[in-house]
Design a protein around this ligand. Structure first.
Ligand SMILES: Nc1ncnc2c1ncn2[C@@H]1O[C@H](COP(=O)(O)OP(=O)(O)O)[C@@H](O)[C@H]1O
Ligand SMILES: [Mg+2]
Length: 259
């Protein structure tokens, strides 16, 4: 029997209508993600990464094939799959605590809501900023708040679509450490789309490399290194080389040049 929140893509194709024609975006995606796994998805811009996550969260649907979480086919947004986007998408007119509270299911009692928000604020390191408004926070802090808002919904599977793409290099590294801690503590399945190869290696159990559009799975790379990972260790660099080689393929470019 499948574990309760295993994610399965079965022969998933996605085609968008475009200008009276069709744009094939994803081609025959087959992928099983185990409960509690940390997966990263990397690929060129426009190869369908965001589309893949949107279909998994139920904001869009496959043209062919199906996506299954646990024992249910995804057909609409649902509480057990949460998503964090590149922009924090907070409500500017609500305080941080109210923004986070917004992610809690409606049927949770008021007294519990306060406790849940408090715990989430501690978890993402925003203590002291409960009453602040989004515009009063840095980009990294806003992104922490949006991660907290997704976590209080208690999703079994958390999707992160280039969540740190707009942050500076130092804040990114801090956020990667935070996400790692949260993943280790909460043991939720996490699926991260990123264009940062080191970020993918630092965090993931497996890295899924997509081809250019229409995206299909070119290669899956296992990252079998103890955490927290040292970005300068030879094994880390070897995996980076492997990923770059997969990207560059037979383009004639020299991988050594990029390392
Ligand atoms: N709703 C849509 N309608 C038509 N085309 C779309 C839609 N969403 C995405 N696309 C197209 O699908 C392709 C893949 O988009 P996306 O999944 O956002 O790529 P990625 O996240 O890998 O950069 C792009 O060419 C984009 O223009
Ligand atoms: Mg995208």
């Amino acid at each position: 029997m499948a574990e309760s929140n295993e994610v399965r893509f079965e022969n998933v194709d996605k085609v968008f209508p475009l200008d009276g024609d069709y744009l094939e975006v994803l081609d025959t995606i087959n992928l099983n993600i185990k409960s509690g796994e940390f997966i990263s998805i990397v690929g060129n811009s426009g190869c369908g990464k965001s589309t893949l996550l949107k279909m998994l969260v139920g904001l869009d649907s496959p043209t062919k094939g199906k996506i299954i979480v646990g024992d249910r086919v995804v057909s609409e947004p649902r509480a057990d799959v949460g998503m964090v986007f590149q922009e924090a998408r907070l409500f500017p007119w609500l305080s941080i605590e109210k923004n986070i509270s917004f992610g809690i299911a409606n049927n949770v009692a008021k007294e519990n809501r306060q406790r849940i928000v408090k715990e989430a604020i501690e978890l993402v390191g925003l203590h002291g900023f409960e009453k602040a408004y989004p515009a009063q926070l840095s980009g990294g802090m806003q992104q922490r708040a949006s991660i907290a808002r997704a976590l209080v919904g208690e999703p079994e599977v958390l999707l992160l679509d280039e969540p740190f793409g707009a942050l500076d290099a130092f804040t990114r590294i801090t956020m990667q450490n935070e996400v790692l801690k949260i993943w280790e503590k909460e043991k939720r399945t996490m699926i991260l789309v990123t264009h940062d190869i080191d970020e993918a290696i630092f965090l993931s159990d497996r890295i899924v490399i997509l081809s250019e559009r229409p995206g299909n799975i070119k290669e899956i790379i296992n990252v079998d290194l103890p955490r927290p990972r040292d970005r300068s260790r030879q094994e880390f660099l070897n995996i980076r080389k492997k990923i770059l080689t997969s990207f560059i393929g037979n383009t004639g470019l020299d991988v050594e040049y990029y390392i």
